[in-house]
Design a protein around this ligand. Structure first.
Ligand code: GDP
Ligand code: IMO
Ligand code: MG
Length: 491
């Protein structure tokens, strides 16, 4: 068997190869954001003077949201997918809404990985994803209408769990019953589907291909589920035949795509390919590390990439944290830096902060370093991608939260106790804003100096370098300081 460190030499940008070499020769130039220009010029110079030949080896970069979701993961994954061979979603379901804007139009992906727009890239749904097959088929059909061929390069783990109609019914009924304490879920049946997975009564994608198993499981599950829906929630139950007929048809339609995903990933690594793991939701919506119980029901942190796709932790070569230049949240739960004033309204309007899945208005607030430092630690972030910097254009003053005050005491770390978090007052640093338009800027040098200072402070407070800065919603509106995928290739 080939060693994972071997792989065929493939063409990668000369300048990127030079950056890799600079990284090896002068690693200290990355320590400070103000020195980034030096790295740029060293890379540029080397790429012009030498032809740097680097043997291309496997990469496994996890892309996670570092806040409460909607950080712009879709845009970043789409951009990085150009240099990837496989893109895999590892958790969540159609509660996600990942927006990609290209010259072909606007695409909002709920289940299909954001790399699908590039021809020939393998896109996978790992075992950790909860799949609504009807919604997935609709997404596939929409791509077809837009002239994007999917074919067999789109694969689904046979171990992924299926979202059933009763999961959606329970999700909605449970939210209603909670009243003021409701989580504000997307209503896509996510929580109840993961409950069934853990209770070992879930139906998996592989089961859709076996009519006898499917019918038996539906029948067994409905005994309890119908009693629950009718007696506890006072709502209608479901019939075995209807569900069986619909889901068997979904299985037949998806049959060509259902396969052994870990095996596909293993073979990709053996060929020295680059794999992107596309996280959904964000660190603070993670079922273990988020603001529980106001979270989703999956492991949205980087650890979930391994259990949700079937690769070992030693395979991962980098973790990129996608971070909005401010903070947003959809649904309930504490949000210490939330702005309920005209500044919050301005961020919502300028940032077009409406949920990609439910259309709900997103709550907006200042950038919060307590959240971000925690995200760096929990995910083992190796770099950051800052998005929506352009939305801050025109703000006279910016605030960065550096800690929380609770009952007179300063907290620098994220409290696990939700009552404490709900009572925390943010402690802010004030930074001057900028008045120039940064929309669509593609070079770091062109940024106004106040924006550079803001970004440098983010690097300083998180101890994590910034690899990408997004300055608009389109693919090309991006400053790529260094490509985190190419940089994470194993040497
Ligand atoms: P995701 O769930 O993390 O993929 O993020 P969403 O797609 O739900 O939300 C991000 C929104 O911000 C989308 O409407 C994107 O088109 C948009 N967006 C992404 N990056 C930028 C940026 O740098 N500037 C602006 N103005 N919009 C952006
Ligand atoms: P992307 O991938 C933002 C939130 C919901 C709710 C909580 C639980 O686009 O960033 P669920 O339906 O998962 O049981 O809802 O989680 N939520 C998201 N918020 N972005 C998302 O996904 C989200 N997915 C779930 O609003 O508060
Ligand atoms: Mg989203």
């Amino acid at each position: 068997m080939l060693s994972r460190d071997w792989g065929p030499v493939k063409k990668i940008g000369c300048q990127e190869r030079a950056f890799s070499l600079v990284d090896k020769l002068w690693p200290e130039t990355y320590d400070s954001h103000s020195k980034l220009w030096l790295n740029h010029w060293q890379g540029f110079f080397l790429s012009r003077v030498f032809v740097v030949r680097v043997e291309e080896t496997m990469a496994a970069l996890v892309v996670v949201g570092s806040q409460w979701g909607d950080e712009g993961k879709g845009k970043i994954v789409d951009l990085l997918a150009k240099d990837a061979d496989v893109i895999v979603r590892y958790q969540g379901g159609s509660n996600a809404g990942h927006t990609v804007i290209t010259d072909k139009g606007t695409f909002i992906f709920h289940l299909i990985p954001s790399g699908i727009l590039y021809r020939g890239k393998v896109c996978a749904l790992g075992n950790g994803v909860a799949i609504d097959p009807g919604g997935l088929i609709e997404e596939l059909d929409r791509l077809k209408v837009n002239g994007i061929p999917v074919g067999k390069r789109f694969v689904i783990s046979n171990r992924a769990h299926v979202i059933m109609p009763y999961h959606k019914a329970i999700d909605k009924a449970a939210e209603q019953a909670k009243g003021a304490r409701r989580i504000g879920t997307t209503g896509r049946g996510i929580g109840p589907a993961y409950v069934d997975k853990m209770a070992r009564v879930g139906i998996r994608m592989g089961d859709l291909l076996n009519p006898d198993v499917l019918k038996q499981k539906v029948r067994e599950n409905l005994v309890e589920i119908n009693a629950f829906l009718e007696r506890i929630y006072n709502t209608d139950g479901f019939t075995v035949e209807k569900i069986f007929k619909d889901y068997q048809a979904y299985g037949e339609r998806l049959r060509p795509h259902i396969t052994d995903v870990p095996l596909i990933l293993e073979r990709a690594f053996q060929r020295g390919e680059a794999v992107l793991f596309e996280g959904a939701q964000g660190t603070h919506l993670d079922v273990d590390f988020g603001t529980y119980p106001y979270v989703t029901s999956s492991s949205s942190c980087s650890g979930g990439a391994c259990t949700g796709s079937g690769v070992g932790p030693t395979t991962i070569t980098g973790v990129l944290g996608v971070t909005k230049a401010y903070t947003t949240r959809v649904g309930g739960g504490p949000f210490p830096t939330e702005l309920t004033n005209e500044i919050g309204q301005m961020l919502m309007t300028r940032g077009n902060e409406y949920g990609s899945t439910t259309g709900r208005a997103r709550r907006c607030g200042w950038l919060d370093m307590v959240l971000l430092r925690y995200a760096v630690r929990i995910n083992g972030l190796t770099s950051l991608a800052i998005t929506k910097l352009d939305v801050l254009d025109g703000c006279k003053e910016l605030k960065i939260c550096t800690g929380y005050r609770y009952q007179g005491k300063l907290h620098k770390e994220m409290p696990a106790d939700l009552q404490v978090l709900a009572g925390c007052e943010p402690v802010y640093e004030r930074w001057s804003g900028w008045t120039t338009d940064t929309t669509g800027l593609k070079s770091y040098r062109a940024l106004p100096s106040a924006a550079k200072r803001y970004l440098a402070r983010v690097e300083e407070l998180t101890g994590c370098r910034i690899d990408m800065i997004s300055t608009g919603s389109k693919r090309e509106d991006t400053i790529v300081v260094r490509n985190p995928l190419i940089r994470s290739r194993k040497r």
